[in-house]
Design a binder for this molecule. Structure first.
Ligand SMILES: [Zn+2]
Length: 325
């Protein structure tokens, strides 16, 4: 335990030296103890054993829901962290396991995911089905937080600043929980070997453009990024893949005839109506459909050339450019 403390302190100082140009004195507020698996702690289905200054301690614990992790041929426990928070002790145990890389040639389903504010996600898949994940409640909760933040900012007292910080952290935890649920629902809705297609929202300008509401774009793009991380992580466990594509024109291109024009979309009414062929739909659905099509194109392009003849290849491409509605 003493050893662990020394190591933690050294590691913290080293990180500061490597990352910061200026020297900052590290603060150790929360008690924390790193436990190496099989040296400092071990875990069976009924007991948690840990080495302490008073010797070896064996404690019963509640292991419901953890059963599968005791298959040590598959899952490996790592260095755990014992943390004291709100007067209680928590043990964070990292678990690692290997999954087969998903192969593009095995992909059997493509899902375009459009992220937004009114709908946190709209999906369009290989069965030509659309799913809407409503974002209205999220928008309301976020507005509530924004209002509270503003009030506290205006007060400007030390105690209001403390509350402001706490509220920010609470909002982050809440948003992460929402993203956890949405990404889980997305991955669980589709079979193994699904390719999820997202817009690459790394350009900030694009993020502001996409979310023209009173919400600050900064927090929205953070939430999008968080959803992306969670989806990628969960998709991998199910042999699915996630790709990001160029988001330009995904909301202006007609999925029926390919005509691209800004006026195809009425942002205010959330309607899309093609100026050429008259195809109509909800504008977020159009985004998902175009992402789906880009996913199909990506698959066609990444296919091993030997397996398809040139003729067949162009036929496939033609078919995906004009999906059956
Ligand atoms: Zn059209």
């Amino acid at each position: 335990m003493v050893q662990s403390v020394i190591k933690t302190v050294i590691a913290r100082y080293r990180t500061i030296l490597e990352n910061q140009k200026e020297w900052i004195k590290p603060v150790f507020k929360k008690p924390q103890y790193d436990l190496v698996w099989n040296r400092d702690y071990s875990l069976s289905e009924s007991y948690f054993s840990v080495n302490t200054l008073e010797g070896h301690v064996k404690l019963p614990y509640f292991s419901q829901g953890m059963e599968k992790y005791f298959d040590h041929a598959v899952y490996k426990f790592g260095t755990a962290k014992l943390v004291k928070k709100h007067g209680k002790y928590f043990l964070h145990i990292p678990v690692t396991f290997e999954v087969d890389e998903s192969n593009m040639n095995d992909i059997c389903n493509v899902v375009g995911i459009d992220r937004g504010v009114n709908f946190i996600a709209v999906t369009y898949d290989s069965k030509h089905k659309t799913r809407f994940f409503n974002g209205k409640k999220i928008k309301q909760t976020r507005a509530k937080y924004a209002k509270l933040r503003k009030e506290l900012q205006m007060r400007g007292t030390p105690s209001s600043r403390r509350r402001l910080k706490a509220i920010g952290q609470r909002e982050n935890r809440w948003m992460q929980d929402v993203n956890h649920q949405v990404s889980k629902a997305l991955v669980e809705s589709y079979p193994e070997h699904t390719l999820f297609v997202l817009e690459d929202l790394s350009g900030v300008r694009n993020a502001t453009e996409r979310v023209r509401t009173r919400d600050r774009y900064v927090s929205v793009s953070w939430a999008f990024y968080d959803l992306e991380q969670k989806l990628t992580y969960k998709a991998k466990q199910k042999r699915c893949s996630v790709i990001k594509v160029d988001p330009r024109y995904t909301s202006q291109t007609c999925p029926a005839c390919g005509h691209t024009e800004k006026l195809n979309r009425n942002k205010k009414l959330h309607r899309f109506r093609c100026k050429t062929c008259g195809y109509q739909s909800n504008d977020d659905r159009i985004g998902a459909m175009n992402l789906y099509r880009m996913g199909i194109n990506y698959l066609v392009d990444s296919q091993v050339p030997d397996t398809v003849t040139a003729e067949h290849d162009s036929a496939v491409k033609g078919a995906v450019n004009h999906p059956a509605m």
